[in-house]
Design a protein around this ligand. Structure first.
Ligand code: SF4
Length: 744
């Protein structure tokens, strides 16, 4: 990457269009080839095909389009379906140190992992190892631990229901609840807030509700890049007369307009305007905005009093906190005028109040995230806009099966009923003490309380905050082991010994067996890969877990690992026995479109301590920074999915060929004393000191003064491990206090 490579042009005013098709096909053909690539796309998100390994936006009920995927779904498949593989020759050619000097985008281009690899203690290179040897090393290290709680079993949201269930069964049979997952870093704040407010940690809407909603709020979410097929749902709603309100510090093309690539109009250069109202709230100003809406609704006597009486508790106390909150503070913290807030309140209370609020990391990754999401629920309780057609709450999950994994027991603090049911089914004692979540795991590895790290998918070293601290933590381990499809940076930040165990991708045939996933709206459906595996050495996630479990534990109680792994129907029978809502699982999973898990709040049944939906009267809060400092948010480019970087463009924001950038309000560039493109150094400020990221190019962008935005994983080095959301312990990666100086 030479100094002057890369361009910053005017951002797009709409998402998708022909450019999305060209970009998808370019990646598919370059990485997977015409034959393998098109075969994969033909099965992507089809009822008899495989579930997209990218985000968790649901597939349409009933009819599926021939191309039932978006640009980023196609890129995810292109990356996974790569026909080129890397094995012993590749790792003999490249030392771990050399590989670590390469970029994340370069790692993704190298190809599919072909065989198990081992890095011996003190070795500079990985070398091949047999599966049996790999399992023996896992058994040796895990069984040498003084306590099962010295092991950490991490899960990324790509693991299927069956793999996740078997994995948590193994960890608990081994004796620990140390089951951190990527949800800890994304929607943990949503799960906690919704559990407190409405008794279920999931959203309450289905796709069909978008067909009936009159007002749709997208707050703290960038669907154009992170949930792209949502745009066709939003377009259909807007064309039907619904009002889309975007609340986001940045102007995002996917909220402004959409050119549906499967519509002729898009090829004639036309697009559908989406948001009719665009509120560029300050970073972390969302709670103040929502509190203002609630205050205005009460002032307008627009609350649904019948609903309040019958279904809620705590309104009186909340009403007091509304009257105690002044408009000046609301306007100052949100950056939005009282008039605009009043307009929004009137819109939301108009008609039958069929209002859906959607959100993502822009709400969940702040210190006050749980309180902010409770405020979303407060507004919906005031309106009675929950548990009826066209209305409800919609946290949009960013990883294809992150919700399913949680349902399967991937959580460091599962409730007693689940642990008891598992114990009964498995016939082995199950630990009750809560385990480590992601941030706890980093700390435990750093201070030596955890000594073995096992990851089922993901890219832990890059996805987590405080990259330098996390890398030190991983290096303190006796063993780090990753089940992966592609090379990534976590393979290069190793413990004393390290294993890479290559698994089948979702698009690949697993001896005709099906797995299943659960999307953002609680629909469980089957997924079956059809492509020939990239290498004969690959094993399914389930077979790898069973192989490890057999080596480490052997059969225990009623658990027969190999027997369970041979036929996934057996694992689904166990899930049916332990997890409510999975009756006739094997039969229903095979039904085209799958089945919907029960959601009590959708039926206005509240499994809260008080048996009613609960208001929250948390004090209004927002992060304030010292004079001359900025609030930084980390974000994705359009050419990445989580930590996987498919390319160096961010088309919608006008960026091409570079990632070493920071977005700033044009006046703030002047304030810092730099010209567009000039390099700057970022320093984050925290109790325990400073963290640095140097040499980023300053790019002017339409956003509130005093805020900055930079890509993760690169900017994760600036996020202190202790800077987390209260209650959920989610890294607060969307509001980091920084200072900016011109690079020397
Ligand atoms: S919207 Fe999400 S799930 Fe659907 S194809 Fe795109 S990335 Fe995949």
């Amino acid at each position: 990457m030479s100094e002057n490579q890369g361009r910053a042009d005017a951002p797009e005013t709409h998402a998708a269009g022909p450019a999305a098709v060209f970009s998808s096909m370019e990646q598919v053909i370059r990485k997977a080839g015409v034959n393998r690539g098109l075969r994969a796309l033909a099965r992507l998100n089809q009822a008899d095909g495989f579930d997209c390994p990218s985000c968790a936006w649901p597939d349409p009920d009933g009819h599926r389009a021939m191309a039932e995927f978006c640009e980023n779904g196609a890129k995810a498949v292109a990356s996974e379906a790569m026909k080129h593989t890397i094995g012993r020759e590749f790792f003999a050619r490249h030392s771990v140190e050399e590989l670590a000097r390469e970029t994340d985008a370069w790692h993704d281009l190298q190809g599919r992992l072909a065989e198990p690899m081992l890095r011996r203690e003190g070795a500079s290179h990985y070398e091949p190892v047999s599966w049996d040897q790999a399992f023996a090393i896992l058994a040796e290290e895990l069984n040498a631990l003084a306590s099962p709680d010295e092991a950490v079993f991490y899960t990324s949201g790509r693991a299927s229901n069956e793999a996740a269930f078997l994995y948590q069964l193994f960890a608990r049979a081994f004796g620990t609840n140390n089951l951190p997952d990527c949800s800890n870093m994304c929607h943990e704040s949503s799960g906690l807030a919704l559990k407190q407010a409405i008794g279920v940690g999931k959203g309450t809407v289905m796709l069909e509700d978008f067909l009936e909603a009159d007002v749709i709020l997208c707050i703290g979410q960038n669907p154009g890049t992170n949930h792209p097929r949502m745009l066709s749902t939003l377009e259909a709603a807007v064309k039907r007369g619904a009002k889309l309100v975007a609340v986001n510090p940045l102007q995002e093309a996917g909220l402004l307009g959409f050119a549906h690539p499967q519509h002729v109009s898009a090829w004639l250069g036309r697009s559908t305007p989406l948001a009719s109202t665009y509120l560029q709230v300050k970073v972390n100003g969302d709670m103040a905005l929502l509190r203002g809406v609630a205050k205005q609704l009460v002032a307008n006597d627009a609350a649904d009093h019948g609903f309040l009486r019958e279904h809620t508790i705590g309104f009186d106390i909340y009403q007091e906190s509304l009257s105690d909150t002044g408009w000046e503070e609301i306007e100052e913290l949100s950056g939005i005028s009282r008039a605009a807030i009043a307009e929004l309140a009137a819109l939301m209370a108009s008609g039958d109040r069929r209002v859906i609020t959607c959100w993502a990391m822009g709400l969940t990754q702040h210190r006050n995230a749980v309180a902010t999401i409770r405020e979303v629920a407060n507004v919906h309780l005031l309106l009675g806009a929950i548990g009826r057609p066209g209305a409800g709450l919609c946290p949009v999950r960013g990883h294809s099966n992150v919700q399913g994994d949680r349902t399967m027991g991937i959580f460091e603090r599962m409730p007693e009923w689940f642990l008891a049911a598992l114990e009964k089914q498995a016939g082995v004692p199950v630990p009750r003490e809560h385990g480590f979540d992601t941030v706890d795991s980093i700390r435990a590895m750093h201070d030596g309380r955890a000594k073995v790290f096992f990851a089922l998918g993901g890219n832990f070293a890059q996805a987590t905050p405080d990259s330098t601290f996390t890398a030190e933590a991983l290096r303190h381990c006796r063993l780090t082991c990753h089940v992966s499809t592609k090379l990534n940076r976590s393979h290069l930040v190793t413990g004393r010994r390290a294993l890479i165990l290559p698994c089948l991708g979702r698009s690949e045939d697993d001896r005709g067996r099906i797995v299943s996933t659960e999307n953002s709206m609680g629909i469980v459906q089957s997924s079956q890969g059809r492509l020939p595996p990239a290498s004969a050495e690959l094993r399914s996630e389930i077979e790898i877990i069973a192989g490890m479990a057999e080596a480490v534990l052997g059969d225990r109680g009623r658990i027969r690992w190999r027997w369970l792994a041979e036929d996934y129907d057996r694992i689904r029978d166990w899930i049916e026995a332990v997890v409510p809502g999975f009756e006739n699982y094997n039969e229903r999973a095979r039904k085209p479109g799958g089945f919907h898990l029960p959601n009590a709040a959708r039926e206005r049944v509240w499994h809260t301590p008080g048996g009613k939906a609960a208001f929250s009267d948390a004090p209004l809060d927002a992060l304030r920074v010292a004079p001359g400092r900025f609030l930084l948010q980390t974000l994705r480019s359009h050419d990445q999915f989580n930590t996987t970087v498919y390319g160096l463009d961010d088309r919608y924001r006008g960026i091409s060929g570079m990632r070493d950038i920071v977005f700033l309000n044009p006046q703030d560039l002047v304030e810092v004393g730099v010209k567009p493109g000039q390099r700057v150094d970022l320093t984050s400020h925290w109790h325990d000191g400073e963290r640095h990221l140097t040499g980023l190019r300053a790019i002017p962008y339409q956003m509130p003064r005093g805020t900055a935005a930079a890509y993760f994983p690169e900017a994760n080095v600036l996020v202190p491990v202790g800077h987390v959301a209260e209650g959920s312990n989610t890294p607060a990666s969307k509001s980091i206090e920084i200072s900016i100086r011109p690079s020397r």
